[in-house]
Design a protein around this ligand. Structure first.
Ligand code: SAH
Length: 221
């Protein structure tokens, strides 16, 4: 694994992390519990050693396979939105990637079910979750556009890659009063918050602009 020093030194130190938290606050993140978890999650172990010194910059960074670890602002914002109506026992994440967002969620909700289409990324994410002893996160290698039917319904669903349209299957797997946070679009994307208000009705709110890698179909071994 990249860096077994969870505390961090130099560019991964507590002071560097505090600067990131100050920046997230300036950008409007208000949930102190979310800010605490972002501060305490060692983002430097989720990226290659060569980039670890940039771990606490508020930017997405490459993780291989043409994918990126999400920007801390996006992670904090989407987590805050997901949790805004109260505690959640069961959350689906689509797009495990590095496992960073998964780790943040696992510290805040009962159980996280996270799916990823690229097997080598999932394998690395699994090791990081083990290292952090986050045993309430389960991973599956699959095309997440189909969700995780056997674990549904979910009180929260977070999608960290952008489809052109919201996959109907994800809406189906939302519990009543469940919240789906999803970036939608191509070159220009919108972050949407969809709430299932009854068996067959949903409300949709456009939160802000977004910039995520595309949600792709199929799997990679
Ligand atoms: N949450 C991640 C973000 C990773 S980028 C993190 O914090 O690091 C988005 C991820 O979504 C990529 O790893 C990509 O492979 C994955 N992805 C894209 N389409 C997918 C799909 N249909 N099913 C599952 N994962 C998908």
């Amino acid at each position: 694994m990249t860096d077994l020093n969870l505390e961090g030194i130099g560019m991964t130190s507590r002071r560097t992390r505090d600067r990131l938290i100050a920046r997230l606050r300036e950008q409007g993140i208000k949930d102190e519990t979310v800010l605490d978890v972002v501060r305490d999650t060692p983002r430097h172990i989720f990226i290659d050693e060569a980039l670890a010194h940039r771990a606490y910059e508020d930017t997405a960074l490459p993780i291989g396979y043409n994918q990126t670890i999400s920007q801390p602002y996006s992670v904090a914002r989407m987590t805050e939105l997901l949790l805004a109506a109260g505690p959640l026992t069961s959350v689906l994440e689509v797009g495990t990637g590095s496992g960073y967002q998964t780790s943040v969620l696992a510290q805040l909700v009962g159980n996280v079910f996270s799916v990823e289409r690229i097997k080598p990324l999932q394998d690395k994410a699994r090791k990081r979750l083990q290292l952090l002893k986050l045993h309430n996160a389960q991973l599956m290698h699959t095309d997440g556009g189909m969700g995780w039917p056997s674990k549904a319904p979910f009180e929260g669903i977070m999608v960290t890659a952008a489809p052109e349209e919201v996959p109907a299957e994800l809406m189906n797997q939302l519990a009543i009063n469940g919240r789906l946070i999803i970036p939608v679009g191509g070159r220009s994307q919108e972050l949407k918050l969809i709430i299932r208000t009854s068996e067959d009705s949903f409300t949709t709110e456009v939160v802000e602009g977004a910039k995520f890698v595309p949600l792709l179909s199929g799997t990679v071994r």
